[in-house]
Design a protein around this ligand. Sequence first.
Ligand code: FAD
Length: 382
Amino acid sequence: MTRPSYDLVIQGAGPVGCALALGLRRSRLRILVLEARPRTDTPADRRSIALSWGSRHLLDALGQWPLATPASAIEQVHVSQRGYFGRVLIRASERGVPALGYVAAYEGLSRGMRDALTGLSDCELRQGARVLSTELAPDRIHVRVDDQGSAREFDAAMLVVAEGSADTVVREVDYEQCAIVANVRAQRPAQAVAYERFTADGPIALLPFGEEFALVWTLPSEGAKALARAGADALLASLDRAFGSRLGAFMAARDLGIFPLRLRVAGPPAHPRRLALGNAAQSLHPVAGQGLNLGLRDAAELADQVCAAPGNLGSATLAETYLARRRIDRAATVAATDLLARLFLGESTLQGCLRGAGLAVTDAISPLKSTLAKQMMYGLRL
Ligand SMILES: Cc1cc2nc3c(=O)[nH]c(=O)nc-3n(C[C@H](O)[C@H](O)[C@H](O)COP(=O)(O)OP(=O)(O)OC[C@H]3O[C@@H](n4cnc5c(N)ncnc54)[C@H](O)[C@@H]3O)c2cc1C
């Protein structure tokens, strides 16, 4: 059977798959991007995303800044712990940047990037096209697809899996937690300050989004599901109790959603023709808002490597160089996120006091705070 042939097939047009395709726009490679969701799908994903200052630069380089969807600046990040002293305050002005990062809706961001792909001459985007399986041939990879109900096959020198979940997992942690997301309004409007408040049940992130806050509240799974079922009024009352009075009372909540939380790290690629990027390589706890930022750095690195040597597509040299250059950033971000997800859990007073002292020390010691701010803003891209 003759199959339409491409240089590169990208499986998944989430923000990471799109970032890779956009990063390769000057490579003249023939690229096919396959996205399982049909174009007409109504937006169902309610999460908001904190994009770091470094991600803004990466998106700018892709011609995606300003975003095609509203984004709100984060000028300060305030980290605290319920019931104990100590806090860390990081200000954009002290770092010499106008914003530490930005908040945008996941759906708007993804849709804007997908729309940008449709304007590229060497890139074809097929929506409603789910990859079912792949098969390696000596110099190609065959990709079987359910394309809006019809079976189709494509073939390429290389496949990048950016479908948002890993198939071969070497490390998996079920945190037995879920994140409740919603847009909430407090008595005091959001003024470009992001709050991360650790409680014994899990962290509460309130990210400034217009005058409202995008809430990401981690709770033990059963409690989170019960709260999500109970609806907006119950959520507001619980949030008042858990967050405290810093922003006055919480008055309205809309667009509630819930996500189970797991750490999943994919194993090394079985073959250099099939590389995983973004959440397909590592899915993180959202506590530090790092998953997409890390995935965008993955995409930028691979695009740089391919543009520098397009002839290496699908080769062991490309896979080895890419993985070596991404190893430290990925390992450090996975470890830091996992540590944070566990560190603040538990009711012990001694632990609470030690963590409080840790926050106070981090705030007071400039090099420590600076390291934290740099990691948050840029990651560890070599
Ligand atoms: C509650 C929550 C809050 C978060 N907050 C932040 C944050 O503040 N900052 C941050 O950086 N990260 C955050 N993250 C993480 C972030 O959402 C992910 O890291 C990011 O979405 C990963 O992008 P991706 O493109 O790799 O995968 P995805 O966004 O999952 O996209 C994958 C795409 O592949 C498609 N697909 C799936 N299977 C197939 C198939 N077989 N064939 C073709 N297409 C397929 C899917 O439809 C989807 O469009 C958060 C996550 C959660 C759950």
